[in-house]
Ligand binder design. Sequence first.
Ligand SMILES: [Ca+2]
Ligand SMILES: [Ca+2]
Length: 105
Amino acid sequence: MCGMSTLMKGSASDKLSWIFNLFDVDGNGFISRVEMVEILKAIDGMIGEDTHRQSFHESTSSPEERTEIIFDRADENSDGMLSKEEFLDAARTDPAVMAMLQIAV
Ligand SMILES: [Ca+2]
Ligand SMILES: [Ca+2]
């Protein structure tokens, strides 16, 4: 995946912005559920099944389920989309969101 070297070098805020842009596939400034499911599936594919099983309980293991939980926690105005602000707030304040994104910053 390109852009990883930028991810490693930047500050936590830089990294979260980069991650937001990664999830915002169509670049409209919001992450939709469809976009999040797609990226979580891609991340799962990169990490591999074995790591995945060790890191997550069965009940929250599918990308679809994790997306629902993340939106429940992060979508403050309940419009079904995550703005950059909502995403950054949730990522900074909610370790469970970061764990479900499988991202360490
Ligand atoms: Ca989008
Ligand atoms: Ca929202």
